[in-house]
Design a protein around this ligand. Sequence first.
Ligand code: AMP
Ligand code: ZN
Length: 115
Amino acid sequence: MKNRCVFCDILAGHIPAEIVYQNDDVIAFKDIHPRAPVHVLVIPKEHIPTLNDLSDSHKSLIGELFLAATTVAKLTGIDQTGYRTVFNCHKDAGQEVYHIHLHVLGGRKMSWPPG
Ligand code: AMP
Ligand code: ZN
């Protein structure tokens, strides 16, 4: 998909970001408005607007996103204390950026269910 977005601009280097980890398929950077002491976003390098746009061809990419989240958790020191991974899809879930991103949140105790 060719649509551009703020995360595509980060990928292109047009907007700065604090990159925590990346490989050929995904990149992880710090959220600009952190909701926890650790708040990192893991995104695919491919522009995919929502979870609904995933298809069978993305199966391995989905695995890469979660494996990158576990790497981020280790790199940021929250893998043993605990962390939450979240994809928001569409407006009721509060999706603001339409390029899928896996939130990795940790470093504090979190409540359940989410608000
Ligand atoms: P969501 O509400 O799930 O779409 O989450 C979008 C997230 O992207 C929010 O937590 C924002 O703070 C974050 N965000 C938006 N713009 C940037 C940016 N330029 N750099 C880093 N994080 C951003
Ligand atoms: Zn994008």
